[in-house]
Design a protein around this ligand. Sequence first.
Ligand code: BEZ
Length: 211
Amino acid sequence: MALRLGDEAPNFTAVTTEGEINFHQWLGNGWGILFSHPADFTPVCTTELGMVARMKGEFEKRNVKCIAVSVDPVASHHGWIKDINETQSCTVNYPIIADPDRKVASLYDMIHPNADATFTVRSVFIIGPDKKIKLTLTYPASTGRNFMELLRVIDSLQLTAVFKVATPANWESGQDCIITPAVKDAEISALFPKGARHVKPYLRYTPQPNR
Ligand code: BEZ
């Protein structure tokens, strides 16, 4: 069955370009992003892996580790990394899992047979420090992902894990947040000292509490 939000991220051991890992141990106490690629030496994947390498500092600031997976063997990954570094002005600075037996792809349901019988789709799993799945995304092979959107989601996930807020459409860090419906009006001044704007009884905004 497909993994759903709130499920524990399945653990596994795997060979990666940075050595063998136990996934949960590798995650440690921080956040993680596991993302799959259809195959090595493919153009869209090359740009995606380069983008993540160039954005590593932004993920690190948020205590997020990134790890990619592709069904090709590790020797192929090492050859491909040379091309990624050469063409994408980067140094790949995070592990790529070698998954030739499709162990990880099966655990995370990354092969969608009606899309492609052999290769993984572009899956993303954001995993919290509790090892629970916080977000899943599935893109087709033909569409490269927007990794800025993943940073935006991480900002929302980390904020809403601590404060009783949700984030509205197209929210970016620094913008007003929505007070969650469970918060009573009488609680607002204590919980949100920066104030609140009441648009409807169920639609109440407050400045981002941790800014
Ligand atoms: C790519 O990464 O460019 C790609 C991979 C599989 C199918 C189509 C594109």
